[in-house]
Design a protein around this ligand. Structure first.
Ligand code: TXA
Ligand code: MG
Length: 324
């Protein structure tokens, strides 16, 4: 980013006054990081192309990945996208909450073309976090928000993580404490009558399939043009190398354990000593950042079961371990 884009970043506890201030900054075209139940988002007014462009610049996103538009409720979502029968079922079951629906754009869609990366579909999410909701209500318009980290880096689950990556690049951080869930939303494309899982996340596949009454289609096959570019192989990457399914800790490694099966390491954290996947999800990104900060060349990660939230945790870990 060039010098003239440098911004003075302020941070404040998410009081009523701070939320009003954040809304004012967004309406004026600025960039505000705010807490959601999944991870911190970097918000901009979805309707202003230049603000959306500033998000890409601040994150250093190499290409224009489409962004998720955050709205207050299903009515707000229906103004932007055409919700199919399946989409409405899922919205009713999981909104507000960590589910993003990709839908064909509605005639009156006001989300800027840049935020949609020129696609004729739009990603919509109704967050549950009270601070995110208060902010959306105060702005009175959709807010696009990718995770508030540098492109390719580990997603932020605290205001301190946001500042570590983006201080000097954004205008304001609303500090609402640590995110409860700690993993991004599940993304489901509802572009025809066969919903597809584009990204595993905070709502498990099993939960979604129970509501739909049938299995989700797999994420895009080779013949498909629709992809979630956030599904790029290397993503969520710490500086250190990541070694998965480790049964031991080698010299010079840090250890990311699950259920107390590893011993030792330059630094050590257990995602959940009691093998609780929700606890592990909430700790995942913070512990990756912390172990990365230990200076270890590599992080050994214990095996994580694949059921429930485990699918999303393993998805992020595989990306963190992917060749860069
Ligand atoms: O939990 C979350 O979803 C967080 C919080 C801040 O809401 N946001 C988030 O945004 O994870 P981001 O930008 O890191 O991920 C958005 C994902 C990307 O993989 C993008 O490619 C996909 O959504 N996406 C957005 N619009 C799409 C579309 N029209 N079709 C397919 N994928 C889309
Ligand atoms: Mg992200």
């Amino acid at each position: 980013m060039s010098q003239d884009q440098a911004r003075a970043t302020r941070s404040a506890q998410a009081s009523e006054a701070a939320i009003a201030e954040a809304a004012r900054i967004l309406r004026a075209g600025g960039l505000v990081a705010f807490p959601t139940e999944t991870v911190y988002g970097l918000g901009a007014d979805a309707q202003r192309g230049e603000s959306v462009a500033a998000i890409y610049a601040a994150k250093g996103r190499p290409t224009f990945n489409p962004l998720i538009a955050h709205v207050l409720d299903s009515d707000g979502a229906s103004r932007q996208g055409i919700l199919s029968r399946e989409a409405r079922l899922l919205a009713q079951a999981f909104w507000p909450g960590p589910l993003t629906l990709v839908a064909p754009v509605a005639a009156g869609c006001s989300i800027s073309l840049l935020a949609r990366a020129g696609l004729d579909s739009v990603a919509l999410r109704v967050p549950a976090h009270p601070v995110a909701r208060a902010l959306l209500a105060a702005v009175g318009a959709p807010v696009v928000a990718p995770s508030a980290n540098l492109s390719g880096a580990v997603s932020p689950t605290t205001a301190a993580h946001v500042l570590a990556d983006l201080s000097g690049r954004i205008d304001f951080v609303l500090d609402g404490g640590p995110c409860g869930l700690g993993l991004e939303s599940t993304i489901v494309a509802c572009l025809d009558e066969r919903p597809r899982l584009l990204r595993p996340g905070g709502i498990s596949r099993e939960q979604i399939e129970r509501v739909l009454g049938r299995p989700l289609m797999q994420s895009p096959g080779s013949d498909e043009t629709i992809v979630a570019p956030g599904m790029l192989e290397s993503h969520y990457a710490p500086r250190a190398l990541v070694r998965l399914n480790a049964c031991d800790v080698r010299p010079g490694e840090a250890a990311l354990d699950f259920g107390g099966c590893l011993r030792g390491g330059l630094a050590y954290r257990d995602l959940s000593p009691s093998r609780d996947l929700a606890e592990a999800a909430a700790n995942l990104f913070a512990f990756l950042r912390l172990l990365d900060g230990s200076g270890a060349a590599s992080i050994a990660v214990a095996p994580i079961p694949e059921n429930g939230l485990g699918e999303a945790i393993n998805d992020r870990l595989h990306r963190a371990a992917a060749q860069r």
